[in-house]
Design a protein around this ligand. Structure first.
Ligand SMILES: Nc1ncnc2c1ncn2[C@@H]1O[C@H](COP(=O)(O)OP(=O)(O)OP(=O)(O)O)[C@@H](O)[C@H]1O
Length: 468
């Protein structure tokens, strides 16, 4: 690296650190300190900290890296002898007159680190400040927060009473880190179509969704465990993550984590979802939240919680009813719920789901596709061999097929470690053999045949019949 490049990179590093600190102070509610930093360094709005970058995360990443490398946590601060507030750093001004700040410098003209800092001293007036920047009065509560950018926006929008909960909703429920593709899901064309129609089509063709033809707001996925309901939701999240905010939770988390505050949380979840619309709220294990209400024995808090959730759904519906003219679809909130026990749901909830979609066991074609997807080598095998394993897996869930394929891969792995070798020392079977796959599929028995039938029966009576 040339001397010039070296200097430039030092300059950029120091500038970036200052922006990170300013952002961090803002996320901590230390607005006066942030302002003092801006005044002193003259940061401008020419730059801003990128999405998903903040000091807190960097700190945690550094600790993880250090722990991995040296087997212990890094020491960041150490105890001193003195107790009391941090000593003030006084500038050495004795005798010297305070100079006015020098004009802004361009990085190319810098000669040393001091100059680099001075180069940041450019006009501060246009750096964004926030409507609730407090120059007087009580400082807002200091809260650790994963994404300061979101926090800043939340601070503008929510009163402090709601702010902490709104932050918790964002920190714990927003999901963005998923890597799933529709093409990984096999044999569930019907449910995929409904999800695309509910979320993706309204964003791509908002002009078509007018009057009565509003997008579905509220969809329930039901099916036996391991049929791919969660996978569908996660894929919807990753396929739309550029344009949609995805809140994912389970009913039991909502109930246990926010015990005592759950009811308020539902309202905040809805408000935050509206704030970040278009958004999807996905609630797994929905039955544990929305089981039939027991008017006599049920706890008051539980009733209130359910009523609040019903209001949330009504909120989705009433905002849909208001859309008589085309909107760009960017203000929509979509509720997706999944359950293994739809028959336990309170009729008040059931009635509100516009679509109740059965996620069924995979058909023979679906199982074949799934096996070929998980074990691509089998595509080169004779058709009759693949059909044998497809027949063996009659009545299995997608998850059971996946488990059997995994067992076959493990057999191959064991063979590579301990298997017979040829005279030249090579492993005898380096590729997956039909006998391994067959054996793996013979070892497993389907666990959800009856439950899957119960879902089909229930869907016939109460569910949505998907037509191809
Ligand atoms: N149709 C499918 N296509 C591809 N993979 C599938 C399919 N169905 C299930 N799987 C596999 O099974 C795993 C478990 O599925 P998932 O967790 O989505 O089931 P679920 O219906 O949500 O179960 P539960 O009701 O117990 O939460 C998935 O991660 C995936 O690997």
């Amino acid at each position: 690296m040339s001397f010039e490049q070296d200097r430039r990179s030092i300059y950029e590093r120091r500038r970036n650190i200052l922006y990170l600190v300013a952002n961090y102070l803002s996320s901590m509610g230390l607005h006066q300190t942030r302002q003092a930093l801006i005044d002193e360094t003259h940061l401008t709005s020419e730059f801003e900290v990128c999405d998903n970058i903040d000091l807190d995360t960097m700190y945690q990443d550094f600790c993880s890296y250090f722990l991995l490398k040296f087997g212990k946590q890094p020491r960041i601060v150490k105890r001193t002898e003195s107790i009391g507030p941090l000593p003030t750093v006084h500038r050495k001004l004795s005798g010297a007159r305070r100079k006015p700040p020098p004009p802004a410098l361009k990085p190319e003209s810098l000669t040393n680190a001091g100059d680099e800092l001075q180069a940041l001293r450019v006009t501060a007036t246009n750096l964004p400040t926030h409507s609730n920047d407090h120059t007087e009065g009580p400082t807002p509560p200091v809260v650790p927060y994963a994404n300061p950018k979101l926090l800043v926006r939340l601070q503008d929008h929510f009163t402090s009473e709601w702010k902490d909960l709104a932050e918790e909703v964002c920190r714990d429920l927003i999901r963005k880190d998923l890597r799933q593709r529709w093409s990984n899901i096999k044999g569930l064309a019907g449910p995929i179509k409904v999800l695309k129609e509910s979320v993706i089509a309204p964003l791509e063709h908002p002009e078509l969704f007018v009057g009565l033809a509003q997008p579905w707001r509220c969809v329930l996925l039901h099916g036996a465990p391991g049929t791919g309901k969660t996978m569908l939701a996660r894929t919807l999240c990753s396929e739309t993550r550029e344009s949609v905010t995805f809140f994912s939770t389970t009913a039991s988390t909502l109930i246990s984590k926010w015990r005592g505050e759950s009811e308020k949380l539902i309202r905040i979840l809805y408000e935050v979802a509206k704030f970040y619309a278009p958004s999807i709220i996905f609630v797994d294990e929905f039955d544990s939240l929305a089981s039939r209400r027991d008017t006599v024995r049920e706890h008051e808090a539980s009733k209130r919680f359910k009523n609040e959730f019903l209001s949330l759904i009504d909120g989705l519906e009433s905002s849909a009813a208001n859309e008589q003219t085309p909107t760009d679809g960017r203000d929509r909130v979509f509720l997706l719920a999944s359950t293994n026990l739809p028959w336990e749901l309170d009729p008040a909830f059931l009635r509100r789901f516009e679509r109740k979609i059965l996620v069924d066991l995979p058909t023979p074609d679906g199982r074949k596709e799934l096996i070929e997807h998980l074990l691509p080598t089998v595509t080169a095998w004779p058709e009759q061999e693949i059909q044998q394993v497809v027949t063996l897996s009659e009545g299995w869930t997608g998850d059971e097929v996946r488990l059997a394929c995994k067992e076959a891969s493990m057999m191959l792995l064991r063979n590579k470690i301990t298997g017979r070798r040829t005279i030249s020392g090579r492993v005898e079977h380096e590729e997956l053999q039909f006998s391994m796959l067959h054996k793996a599929f013979e070892q497993l028995r389907p666990g959800c045949v009856e439950l899957a039938q119960k879902h089909r029966d229930w869907n016939q009576r109460y569910g949505t019949q998907l037509v191809e």
